[in-house]
Design a protein around this ligand. Structure first.
Ligand SMILES: Nc1ncnc2c1ncn2[C@@H]1O[C@H](COP(=O)(O)OP(=O)(O)OP(=O)(O)O)[C@@H](O)[C@H]1O
Ligand SMILES: [Mg+2]
Length: 355
């Protein structure tokens, strides 16, 4: 977990690989990985991999794990197939134009699908470890409460009533406006409202049945089998956000298994003194440009040192604040990781620091 762009998917993949190397049966469920990461994991759609399917990944030294790119629509389709009253009801829902156009755009649908997918994988019992990458939510509550929220939206009679009152109501039930309007235009008003009513009623009862038989999604997250790993950038702002995440997670009864300070610059040895540095620089850039180059080098160096010192200070602060939680530093790589081998190295570095 963690805010946008801090390295959640990278860390999820690295941790999954590290556990697989220790002989555990692992699956990593990723959410919208960057192209580079998808390629590193062999999930590249250009290679013919459908999102939503489980893809075996083979790493160096015979390491093996499964990966899957979350496909919200496919997760909902699966829930509809399994938890509808009967095959006819399932077929009707799967063919319902409103369901097709909007289910995956309900506010919180992504979080719902992610948690539900993990739930299904857990029930199958094929894995020792399921690593769930999380979507870039602004705060932990958005993620944790999304499943309950979506259940309430489609199950709440008031929302269904409002849905009958037109556009304002539709906004209130959290459906993306643009998508809905397009469907509305394509279907014509009258049948749209009728189909919407059917969709909300039936979809609500399918999700209700899923919850009744599979248990509350939040329960698995709060069980002793689940732990959260927070990823943060090594800036004060990002670290504060991470702390806010942790507070919410802990309040909800979840365990925090680790914090990763990502993209940390290494501690730099001091620059050589000017009498040593200047001749070396002059040999590279010429006598005329040497003074300016030495100065530029000095300030770049200072900036890098300040960043790495800040990371160290944040690391100390987090260790102090959460004495029982391992806080790991992950070095910034340049260029960013694009090979499986690099993710394996990063995973090993993370595990080493959690020992
Ligand atoms: N330690 C690192 N060194 C260099 N680049 C990194 C490192 N960690 C992550 N990156 C790069 O930073 C970018 C963002 O990382 P990643 O996709 O893992 O973040 P995210 O938190 O999952 O993002 P989003 O919130 O969009 O899901 C990627 O291009 C990734 O390759
Ligand atoms: Mg990501």
């Amino acid at each position: 977990m963690g805010p946008g762009g801090v390295g959640k998917t990278t860390v999820a993949a690295a941790l999954g690989l590290a556990a697989a190397q220790r002989g555990r049966r692992v699956i990593v469920v990723t959410i919208d990985p960057s192209k580079r990461l998808a390629q590193a994991l062999g999930l590249d759609p250009a290679a013919g991999h459908e999102s939503g399917s489980i893809v075996p990944v083979h790493g160096p030294g015979g390491v093996r794990l499964d990966c899957l790119m979350l496909d919200t629509q496919r997760v909902f389709d699966e829930i509809v197939r399994v938890y509808s009253r009967d095959a006819d009801a399932a077929a009707r829902m799967l063919g319902n134009p409103i369901y097709r156009a909007t289910a995956q755009h309900l506010g919180g649908a992504l979080e719902y699908a992610a948690t539900a997918r993990v739930h299904m994988l857990h029930a199958e019992g094929r894995y020792d470890l399921i690593v769930l990458d999380t979507p870039p939510t602004a705060n932990a509550l958005d993620f944790l409460e999304a499943p309950a929220r979506i259940q309430e939206l489609v199950g709440n009679p008031a929302a269904r009533f409002l849905a009958g009152t037109g556009r304002i109501g539709l906004k209130l039930i959290g459906l993306g406006g643009g998508v809905l309007l397009k469907t509305f235009e394509a279907m014509g008003g009258g049948s749209f409202i009728a189909e919407l009513g059917v969709f909300l009623k039936e979809f609500g009862s399918v999700l209700g049945e899923f919850r009744r038989r599979a248990g509350d999604l939040a329960e698995l997250l709060a069980s002793s089998e689940t732990g959260a790993v927070l990823t943060t950038a090594a800036t004060d702002f990002s670290a504060r956000e991470a702390e806010a995440f942790i507070d919410v997670i802990v309040e909800r009864g979840m365990r925090v298994d680790g914090i990763v300070l990502n993209r940390v610059l290494p501690t730099l040895a001091p620059l050589p003194p000017p009498p040593v540095l200047r001749p070396a620089v002059a040999a590279q850039v010429g006598e005329d440009a040497a003074d300016a180059a030495v100065q530029a080098l000095g300030s770049a160096y200072l900036g890098a040192r300040m960043q790495s010192e800040r990371a160290h200070r944040i690391w100390l602060h987090l260790r102090d604040r959460y004495p029982t939680v391992p806080v790991a530093l992950l070095a910034r790589r340049d260029p960013p990781p694009s090979e499986l081998e690099e993710l394996v190295v990063m995973g090993a570095q993370l595990l080493e620091q959690s020992a």
